[in-house]
Design a binder for this molecule. Structure first.
Ligand code: DX5
Ligand code: ZN
Length: 219
């Protein structure tokens, strides 16, 4: 089953509640929230306060994607704000194993993101601790960038590794995902698709989500 996670980075922040209702009725599976600090990535977005407000208007799981330095300082804050999935960027983690263990201790699903230039091998030592492996298909920092096809090989390598070792981690992809690239990433093994511009810049959220979800069935 393919899950679709609209990235609110591309949403209309003048009316977040309305956007939440629109993705709910378009049958999104979860809500993806991008937290950027202006240090790990050259962009600043929002923090736990907005996550809490979104939590108050939906029952969909919140998939919180941290692109920040010192993620350890903020794990409790995002738990309190209502994060269901908490994903840290491997490139900003000092003691990756400990940070993931803390996320689990706080009763959230633990995710780890790899930027396009980061090899899969680096995450292998913690793969069994992960609920989510986020393979970035753009360099993190901005919505609306073009999909990087080089990542397809990494998705296949990760998928094989998960299968061979009977692990539970789901593969999520994020960046430049639309109905066309959705077909490529699902063929390679991704099951959770994050999409910002493709959904929020369209007139018909439901149609785009449906087309992306169906890409996973064409095998
Ligand atoms: C990028 C973010 C993404 C972004 C995706 O650093 O992690 O979630 O919003 O946006 P699109 O789908 O427009 O590439
Ligand atoms: Zn993201």
């Amino acid at each position: 089953m393919i899950k679709i996670a609209p990235s609110f980075l591309s949403a209309d922040f003048r009316n977040l509640q309305k956007e939440v209702k629109k993705v709910e009725s378009a049958r999104a599976d979860m809500i993806h929230l991008d937290i950027m600090d202006g240090h790990f990535v050259p962009n600043i977005t929002f923090g736990p306060m907005i996550v809490r407000d979104i939590k108050r208007c939906t029952r969909l799981p919140l998939d919180v994607h941290l692109m920040i330095e010192n993620p350890d300082f903020y794990l409790e804050d995002f738990k309190d704000a209502g994060a269901d999935y908490l994903t840290i960027s491997i490139e900003s983690a000092t003691h990756l194993h400990r940070t993931l263990a803390r996320i689990k201790e706080l009763k959230m699903k633990a995710g780890c993101a790899l930027s396009p230039g980061t090899p899969f091998d680096l995450v292998k030592p913690v793969m069994k601790n992960l609920d989510l492996l986020l393979l970035m298909t753009v360099n993190p920092g901005f919505g609306g960038q073009s999909f990087i096809p080089d990542v397809l090989d990494k998705i296949k390598i990760a998928k094989d590794y998960i299968k061979k070792n009977k692990l539970r981690a789901e593969i999520e992809v994020d960046g430049g995902i639309n109905p066309q690239t959705a077909k490529l990433v699902t063929e390679a093994g991704a099951t959770i698709l994050v999409a910002g511009d493709a959904i929020f810049k369209s007139k018909d959220y439901k149609m785009v989500i449906k087309r992306m979800r169906e890409s996973g069935k064409v095998r």
